[in-house]
Design a protein around this ligand. Structure first.
Ligand code: SAH
Length: 219
């Protein structure tokens, strides 16, 4: 490897994104913070996952887990849960929260691509929620998630659609009008349409099974 080349696990990481989440890390479990929307949609996400896949006793990987909002919820239903993220501060908060809540979750700072090389075909369920719109190469994340799932396993993605409604709600509304999120939290160009998501899934040999839309009304 040439010295100019970034270390492998840094390749698909935007340092500005990681810094952004690190700055907010102490607020992950503050229900009145920037993370309120994630807490509010979490029961819906969990129900959607549990509708399709068995969680109890199954190995589950949560990619881009942040403070562990979904990871912990899945562990509470009996899943053997692992959460990975590239923001160390968020992982510390997640670890502490799980400890205080007496929930067993393993948290690791490793890129999804590196974990896929290390432990392919390991997890019954892989979740990657509200994360791919923060990485330089979402197709690489999808490919790694596909590799990490056992044959016949489930992979769940959620992200923000790149359409005018999402721009008005997630960027103009949430960041500029209501001030729910810090300005610059979302970059419209990085949003992913359902067709793009389906194409990237098929390219990674994932068979799309179901799509579901969700609209968040902050009022
Ligand atoms: N999935 C969590 C957090 C979503 S916020 C939830 O829905 O509750 C987006 C998360 O993606 C942040 O925690 C951020 O640190 C993480 N992230 C951004 N780029 C990443 C990367 N390249 N690898 C792993 N995690 C990343």
């Amino acid at each position: 490897m040439s010295t100019a080349e970034p270390p492998r696990n840094q390749a698909n990481v935007d340092p500005a994104e990681i810094e952004k989440f690190s700055q907010l890390a102490h607020k992950w479990w503050d229900l009145d913070s920037e993370f309120k929307p994630l807490h509010e949609i979490n029961p819906l996400r969990l129900a959607y996952i549990a509708e399709h896949a068995e969680l109890n006793g199954q190995t589950v990987l949560d990619v881009g887990c942040g403070g562990g909002i979904l990871t912990e919820a899945m562990a509470r239903t009996g899943a053997i849960a692992t959460g990975i993220d590239m923001a160390k501060k968020s992982l510390k908060v997640a670890q502490l929260h799980a400890l205080e809540a007496n929930v067993s979750v393993q948290y690791r700072c490793v890129s999804v691509e590196d974990l896929a090389s290390e432990s392919p075909a390991t997890f019954d369920v892989v979740t990657c929620m509200e994360m791919m719109e923060h990485v330089p190469d979402p197709a690489s994340v999808i490919g790694a998630c596909a590799q990490l799932a056992k044959p016949g396993g489930w992979v769940f993605f959620s992200t923000i659609n790149r359409n005018p409604k999402a721009y008005v709600q997630a960027v103009l509304g949430a960041e500029y009008l209501l001030g729910l999120l810090p300005r610059g939290t979302h970059d419209y160009k990085k949003f992913v349409t359902p067709a793009e998501l389906a194409r990237m899934c098929r390219q990674s040999s994932l068979e799309p099974v179901n799509y579901c839309g969700l609209t968040y009304n902050p009022l």
